[in-house]
Design a binder for this molecule. Structure first.
Ligand code: 5AD
Ligand code: SF4
Length: 491
């Protein structure tokens, strides 16, 4: 290479130091946390975040495979970015997350302009891989070559290898965080376990997130302390089946309830939440910890998926509708003022009207604060594909979805109305989307959440209370919202 060419290359590399990245995240809280960690890793590696996708030099899609619809959206977004890769020959387009692990090489086939496919068990390698790709692309473009190398980094397939080998190939990645990467400075998530071993027949998660692995409690507690030191007041412990958390060392086993006690002792931490629970394993010691520890949020998210024993059997959920009802009874009788939320799937293979009706009855019995209702979406590679036809027509799934939503909304409204006239404490989270209100009334509309995860909106002259705890009087209710005023304005 001539001196001049070397100078030109080094100038371009200097510009690369300030290259920008953009991450688009879909899916569950696990993905939101992964994106935050990737954001931190990329910033530490010298890249700069941008919220403008088209201005970015590195675009990453953090993807979800739980339902077909989520994947379709990503493939069409990738298709729309074809012109971006032509405009930015040095740019890197990457697909990370569950779809990367599930589809692997297929992503390069369906979207040949994608440079990087990296699964959720390989995030640690992301910053160096992105830099390698940026450097390679620059070198190739400099040399006048069109094609650049592609990188595929995924974990081992569960069906094809031994359990320990697969677990090792899903590397845990929970580095020190950059507070700028979070949505706000006062709330943070902490992963306590990775993967899932439940293998519900409809679910892709055990394949794409790998075997259950719990993090050592000391590491979790240190991470919480560090976050609280950065000003975090609310921590959410996350895991695909968070109540399966179990870490044994030196003859001592730590479970989720133990972690709640230990984390509650951390000064400065005000609220502790945890998601998502599996109905089995909601032991009394866990419920008592939720009841007895004032910092622990009085809200439990426990997916039931169906209210029919036969459907639950086909789903391989390992409990009956009666077991679930008994669990709900036990929760309501143990923890005062607790709220329960649920995930439900309608139109699972072979679901009859009677079976669906049993789900309706479960919802009516359990009085959930709210339910996330999904139409069954067949996932290639899951057990249900091999065992049962996806035979409930889309139109029936849609009707069942709407019927259940309507019933759930009615219950949510009834529950929320019980709060009218009471005083609640909330953590103020941010400004609502009603910007115009400020011009009409001079106030901003803020929103926050109670310990039982109810959204509360209220007006304030300014937004200085964001990130603080406030006591408010509730004067009205809608299915998803409570309306409140400061006590001094309530008389
Ligand atoms: N189809 C529809 N919903 C699904 N879920 C998981 N797999 C599927 C599927 N194949 C839902 C479950 C789970 C939530 C995160 O997504 O209700 O609790
Ligand atoms: Fe999927 Fe079942 Fe595991 Fe939840 S418990 S992640 S639904 S396999």
């Amino acid at each position: 290479m001539t001196d001049e060419a070397e100078r030109e290359l080094s100038n371009t590399l200097c510009v690369l130091q300030m290259q920008k990245f953009y991450i688009e995240t879909v899916g569950c809280q696990m993905n939101v946390l992964d994106s935050e960690l990737v954001h931190s890793g990329l910033v530490q590696s010298g890249l700069v975040p941008t919220t403008d996708r088209y201005n970015a030099d590195v675009i990453l899609f953090n993807t979800c495979s739980v339902r077909q619809h989520a994947e379709d959206k990503i493939y069409s977004a990738l298709g729309r970015l074809k012109h971006w890769t032509m405009l930015k020959p040095y740019g890197v387009l990457g697909v990370i997350g569950c779809m990367a692990q599930k589809d692997q090489k297929t992503i390069f086939q369906r979207a040949p302009h994608v440079d990087l496919v990296l699964g959720p068990g390989q995030l640690e390698l992301l910053p160096e891989t992105v830099h390698q790709l940026l450097d390679e692309k620059l070198q190739r473009n400099y040399a006048g070559q069109q094609e650049s190398g592609k990188k595929l980094l995924v974990s081992l397939k569960r069906q094809e290898h031994r359990h320990t080998e697969v677990a090792e190939s899903f590397r845990l990645f929970d580095p020190v965080r950059n507070p700028e990467a979070r949505l706000n400075r006062f709330q943070a998530m902490v992963r306590i376990m990775f993967g899932c071993d439940k293998f519900c027949t409809y679910c892709i998660v055990p394949s794409v997130r790998g075997p259950e692995q719990s993090r050592p409690p000391q590491e979790i507690l240190e991470e919480i302390r560090a976050l609280v030191g950065q000003g975090v007041v609310e921590i959410t412990l996350i895991g695909q089946t968070v109540n399966s958390y179990r870490y044994s060392t030196g003859g001592k086993t730590t479970r989720l309830a133990d972690l709640l006690y230990q984390a509650s002792d951390i000064d400065g931490l005000r609220r502790l939440c945890f998601v998502t629970n599996y109905p089995r394993g909601m032991d009394n010691d866990l419920l008592q910890a939720v009841r007895d520890l004032p910092k622990v949020a009085k809200h439990l998210h426990i997916p039931a998926q169906s209210g029919s024993d036969t459907v639950l059997q086909r789903m391989k959920r390992n409990y009956t509708a009666t077991d679930y009802r008994e669990l709900v009874d036990r929760i309501y009788s143990t923890i005062p003022n607790v709220s329960i939320t649920c995930d439900l799937i309608v139109g699972f293979c072979g679901e009859t009207d009677e079976e669906f009706q049993q789900t309706v009855e479960l919802v009516q019995y359990c009085r959930f604060k709210n339910s996330f209702i999904f139409k069954y979406s067949e996932r290639p590679g899951t057990k249900s594909v091999k065992l049962y036809p996806d035979d409930v027509p889309e139109s029936v799934k849609k009707i069942r979805n709407n019927v259940l939503l309507e019933i759930q909304d009615k219950i949510a409204l009834e529950q929320n109305k019980r709060f009218i006239g009471t005083t609640v404490e909330i953590l103020v989270e941010g400004i609502t989307k009603q910007f115009n209100k400020q011009f009409e009334t001079g106030n901003v509309q803020l929103s926050g959440r109670t310990s039982c995860d109810r959204i509360v909106v209220f007006d304030m002259p300014d937004n200085r209370s964001i990130g603080q705890f406030l006591k408010l009087n509730i004067y009205d209710a809608a299915p998803f919202t409570l309306f409140a005023r400061l006590p001094e304005y309530s008389k």
